[in-house]
Design a protein around this ligand. Structure first.
Ligand code: SAM
Length: 291
């Protein structure tokens, strides 16, 4: 077991270092040992794993990851947390702390650089994890995925409402642009609901942990991915409307949209929220054909 910090210990560290929590950086620190070890377990780490942690904060999850992985690389934007992290994690010789903005880091290059150990051994398994700062959850996740960052698994704590949107399928009220754009790349599973009392300070919203498994290379892909996303956005921008009306309202030529819908066997009176990812891909491929 790692060195999990209790609520009292978190408060003591904050007072010893004179550290003031910054709301603007989404700083809500995990103080529930059960949740911390559940997140670390969900990362399925072994000695052959590199864990890239986003936003280590006071290092509570970092320690748990370090117990299980070959190496942990933790990227933290707040310079005031770096000395605290160094002290808290001094017992581990497999943790490297990087003081950077994750949105400005080339995560693929960082993983590549960090996965080779000093003796030359290369860690074969890469996991990205973090209790994310909620003000930038979507840019972080979509940025990593769209850049094709080489991760075998990702485990993130996010706002519960965002987790529901990420993991929902067709027919659900939560199914939308985020669900389609994420599930186009990954299998998404919500694995744990986390109440706001698990954090110090408590955020105003409840949270959940999601597990993302990138789909294999040969996955279903649209010929023109930008066009597919335009279709998805137009469809959900007016989600109460029929697909044909939402598409023509979203700038697509009505005749062309109708012909494409019919060609792939999608009833034009359906709503976007009923379409599977496969149907969006087919529709996009038909729309991109010259008629
Ligand atoms: N992992 C810690 C925990 O569970 O207690 C802290 C989680 S807290 C919700 C989010 C952390 O992300 C904070 O430490 C915050 O400073 C950091 N952070 C915020 N924006 C960031 C960014 N752009 N790049 C890297 N870290 C960031």
């Amino acid at each position: 077991m790692g060195r999990q910090l209790s609520a009292e210990t978190i408060k003591r560290i904050q007072s010893v270092y004179g550290f003031k929590t910054k709301k603007s950086l989404g700083q809500n620190f995990l103080a529930d040992p059960g949740v911390i070890s559940d997140i670390a377990d969900a990362c399925r780490l072994t000695e052959d794993s590199l864990a890239l942690e986003i936003g280590p904060g006071l290092g509570v999850l970092t320690g748990e990851l370090a117990e299980r992985a070959g190496k942990v690389c933790a990227v933290e934007i707040d310079g005031a947390l770096i000395p605290i992290l160094r002290d808290q994690l001094a017992v581990y010789d497999n943790v490297s702390i990087v003081n950077e903005d994750i949105l400005a880091v080339d995560a693929a290059a960082l993983i590549e650089e960090q996965r080779t150990l000093p003796g030359g051994r290369r860690l074969s398994h890469a996991v990205i994890a973090g209790n994310l700062p909620y003000y930038i959850t979507t840019p972080i996740i979509m940025g990593l995925i769209e850049a094709g960052v080489p991760a075998d698994l990702m485990v993130f704590m996010v706002q519960k409402e965002v987790a529901d949107r990420m993991a929902s399928g067709p027919g659900s009220k939560d199914y939308g642009v985020l669900s389609v754009s994420l599930q186009y790349f990954c299998e998404v599973k919500k694995i744990l609901d986390v109440p706001s009392e698990a954090f110090i300070p408590s955020p105003k919203v409840d949270s959940a942990v999601v597990q993302l498994v990138p789909k294999a290379e040969g996955r279903l892909r649209a010929g023109d991915e930008a066009l597919m996303m335009r279709i998805v956005k137009a469809g959900f921008a007016q989600r109460r409307k029929t697909l044909i009306n939402a598409l023509s309202g979203g700038g697509f030529e009505k005749e062309r949209a109708l012909a494409a819908l019919e060609a792939c066997g999608i009833d034009p009176s359906r709503r976007a929220e009923t379409l599977s990812i496969e149907e969006f891909v087919n529709l996009s491929d038909r729309m991109s054909e010259r008629i």
